[in-house]
Design a protein around this ligand. Structure first.
Ligand SMILES: Cc1ncc(COP(=O)(O)O)c(C=O)c1O
Length: 357
C-alpha cells in the first residue's frame, strides 16, 4: 500500500493547472498534436512547476518546526523566487544563497527583481559552480542554529527525494486530464536542470502505473551527469512512499540536443520557439528554460511522432526570465523601441497592412 497521502504537504499552489491543446501550432507544424500542461499557472508569484516541490519540502519544514528556509541557486533561478514567495505565504523567513555572476553586475530584473520585492534576505557567494553553494548554506544553517533559530535547507532546484514527491500530483492531474480529452499521451517533454521535475514525473508515473514516456531536455547539466541523479532520486523518493517497483533505467530519457550554447545563453531554435508560440498561441516562454524545451517538443512532434499522436509539453514556468532578455527579444523585432515605431509604421502603412491576413 503506497503512503502517498501521508506525505506532509503545504498548500502553496492552486491545482489542477490547466491542460490545453495547441491547435494552431499543431496544424502549422503538421506533426503530432501538441498539448501544454500550464504549470506556469500554479498560482504563486508568477507560477512555475517548482511550486509543487515546495509543497512537499515546506510540508516537511513546517512539520519539523522550522522558522527559516535557506535555499540556493543562480540569480536567474525560478525555484529561488518561488521559495521566497512560499516562505512569505507561510510566515517563514527566507535566505537565498545566490552564485554571484562572474564578470557582470547583478541585473535587477526578472527573478532577482522579484526576490527583492518579496523581501527575502540575499547572500551572494563567490563560487565557481552551483555545487559550491551547498556548503555555504550548511554554514549559514549552523550559525542560525547556534543562536536558537530553526533553519531548514532546501537544496538547489528543490532536487531531493522529498521534492520529487511533489510531482506525483502533476502526474495524477495529467492522467485525469488526458482521460477527459480522450487521448493517450505518447510523449511528455520537460526541461531538465537539477533533474527534480523529471524525477518526480517518473516517480509519479511509476507509482500510479501511468506509463508516461518522459523526455527530459537538458538546460545545463550533461546527460551523463543527469541520468544517475534522476535514477537515484526516483529510487530514494520511492522508498519514502513504500514503492516496491523499481524504475527501469531505459525509462530515463535525457536529451541534450536542444541546450544550444549553454545555460541561460539563448539558442536560435529557442528564440524562434518564443516568437512562434507568442504569435500563434499567445503563450509566453522564457529563453533559459521553456523556449529550449518547447523547441525540442516541436522537433520531436514533427520528427519522431505522427499526426494523431499526442505530445505533452510541460510549461514549467520561468516567465519572469523574459525580462532578463529584453535586448535579445527586442532586437529580433528589428526596432530599438518597438512600441512607438510599430504605431508609426501602422499609421503610414494603413490599417489593412498591420492586420493579420
Ligand atoms: C522554468 C524551469 N523549468 C525547468 C527547470 C528544470 O527543473 P529541474 O531543476 O527540476 O530539473 C527549472 C529549474 O531549473 C525551471 O526554473
Amino acid at each position: 500500500m503506497l503512503q502517498i497521502d501521508q506525505v506532509p504537504a503545504t498548500p502553496v499552489g492552486q491545482y489542477p493547472t490547466p491542460f490545453q491543446e495547441l491547435k494552431r501550432l499543431s496544424s502549422h507544424l503538421g506533426g503530432a498534436r501538441l498539448w501544454v500542461k500550464r504549470d506556469d499557472m500554479t498560482g504563486l508569484a508568477f507560477g512555475g512547476s517548482k511550486t509543487r516541490a515546495l509543497g512537499t519540502l515546506l510540508g516537511r519544514a513546517v512539520a519539523q518546526g522550522a522558522d527559516t528556509i535557506i535555499t540556493c541557486g543562480p540569480t536567474t533561478s525560478n525555484h529561488v523566487r518561488l521559495t521566497a514567495a512560499a516562505a512569505n505565504q507561510l510566515g517563514l523567513n527566507a535566505i537565498l544563497v545566490l552564485k554571484r555572476p562572474q564578470g557582470s553586475s547583478v541585473a535587477m530584473q526578472g527573478n532577482m527583481l522579484l526576490n527583492h520585492v518579496l523581501g527575502a534576505r540575499i547572500v551572494y557567494a563567490d563560487v565557481d559552480s552551483l555545487a559550491g553553494l551547498e556548503p555555504v548554506m550548511q554554514e549559514l544553517a549552523a550559525e542560525l542554529t547556534a543562536v536558537g533559530r530553526r533553519p531548514f535547507i532546501i537544496p538547489g532546484g528543490g532536487y531531493s527525494p522529498v521534492g520529487a514527491l511533489g510531482y506525483i500530483g502533476l502526474v495524477q492531474e495529467l492522467v485525469q486530464q488526458a482521460a477527459a480529452h480522450r487521448i493517450d499521451i505518447d510523449a511528455v517533454v520537460v526541461a531538465s536542470g537539477s533533474g527534480c521535475i523529471q524525477s518526480g514525473l517518473l516517480l509519479g508515473s511509476l507509482a500510479l502505473d501511468a506509463k508516461l514516456p518522459v523526455h527530459g531536455l537538458t538546460i545545463n547539466r550533461s546527460v551523463a551527469e543527469l541520468m544517475p541523479r534522476i535514477l537515484h532520486d526516483v529510487e530514494a523518493a520511492g522508498r519514502l512512499i513504500g514503492l516496491d517497483r523499481c524504475l527501469d533505467p531505459d525509462q530515463v530519457v535525457v536529451l541534450d540536443d536542444y541546450l544550444g550554447p549553454g545555460y541561460a545563453v539563448p539558442s536560435e531554435a529557442g528564440m524562434a520557439a518564443i516568437d512562434l508560440l507568442a504569435r500563434m498561441e499567445g503563450l509566453l516562454l522564457d529563453p533559459c528554460y521553456t523556449a529550449k524545451s518547447m523547441a525540442g517538443a516541436m522537433d520531436l512532434a514533427t520528427r519522431c511522432f505522427k499526426p494523431g499522436q499526442n505530445v505533452v509539453f510541460i510549461h514549467t514556468g520561468g516567465t519572469p526570465g523574459i525580462f532578463n532578455y529584453a535586448g535579445h527579444l527586442s532586437s529580433r523585432r528589428g526596432a530599438a523601441s518597438p512600441g512607438p515605431d510599430d504605431v508609426q509604421a501602422g499609421a503610414e502603412a494603413g490599417v489593412a497592412q498591420v492586420l493579420r491576413p
